[in-house]
Design a protein around this ligand. Structure first.
Ligand SMILES: [Zn+2]
Ligand SMILES: [Zn+2]
Length: 229
């Protein structure tokens, strides 16, 4: 059977939807772990089947162990692996009992992998790349991007939590542009003028790496319902 590819318009709609929920999830996780002086460097961990794993690119690398799916595993204080909470694991066990399969799919070809049976590798990809989120070197965010950030963070200062009038909202580069920070939805936050200019300024922020475990999600188009974060 020939399947008609989605129209261009529909394709854009789907891509934007995915992007939107990725950004929302990113801000959710940032709110949970980071203050306004911390930048979150989110890495997506993708299960990749043996066929898709490109040996040529990884000749000098060792395959990565599948990430720990239990709770948060802290590695030093700069890498967090965000896994499943015990509650979520219990829910998965329940689902398995009722034979609703939890799918583990290759992040590249989408083929089903059987956890514990099929060999697979884990590749990492920066979140903006994975979701095709733009990172521009423009000086200031566009009006539209600014509105998006206000929507994501709310109209209050992420630093002192003061509610803000529209004219007092500033859209701050978390990693300042002088330190090569991008004008990207993932590198912008809402601050009041005082927190932005007087307190933060161009001071260097702490960068925290977080690995996002995608093991139990199928391909991103239909699985972005947030079991994991
Ligand atoms: Zn594959
Ligand atoms: Zn403030």
């Amino acid at each position: 059977m020939r399947i008609k590819p989605p129209s261009k318009r529909l394709y854009h709609l789907i891509a934007n939807l995915r992007k939107q929920s990725a950004q929302e999830d990113f801000v959710k996780i940032r709110k949970k772990f980071c203050d306004y002086m911390t930048s979150l460097n989110a890495i997506v961990l993708l299960p990749v089947c043996v066929d898709c794993y490109s040996y040529e690119c990884h000749v000098f690398e060792r395959p990565i162990e599948p990430p720990d799916i239990l709770r948060y595993t802290w590695k030093g204080d700069l890498v967090w692996e965000v896994g499943l909470t015990e509650d979520e694991i219990r829910q998965i066990d329940e689902k398995n009992k009722s034979r609703e399969d939890i799918e583990l799919r290759c992040g590249k070809c989408g083929n089903l992998l059987e956890y514990g049976k099929d060999d697979f590798y884990v590749e990492s990809e920066p979140l903006p790349e994975y979701f095709n989120i733009s990172e521009s070197t423009d000086r200031a965010p566009s009006k539209q991007l600014r509105e998006e950030i206000i929507k994501l963070y709310g109209q209050k200062c992420y630093g002192c939590e003061k509610k803000l009038l529209k004219e007092d909202v500033t859209c701050d580069h978390i990693i300042a542009r002088v330190h090569n920070g991008y004008t990207s939805p993932l590198n912008l936050q809402i601050l009041c003028k005082n927190c932005n200019n007087k307190i933060k300024g161009d001071r260097k922020v702490k960068v925290v790496n977080v690995n996002l475990t995608f093991l139990f999600r199928s391909s991103p188009s239909d699985s972005y319902e947030g079991v994991i974060w």
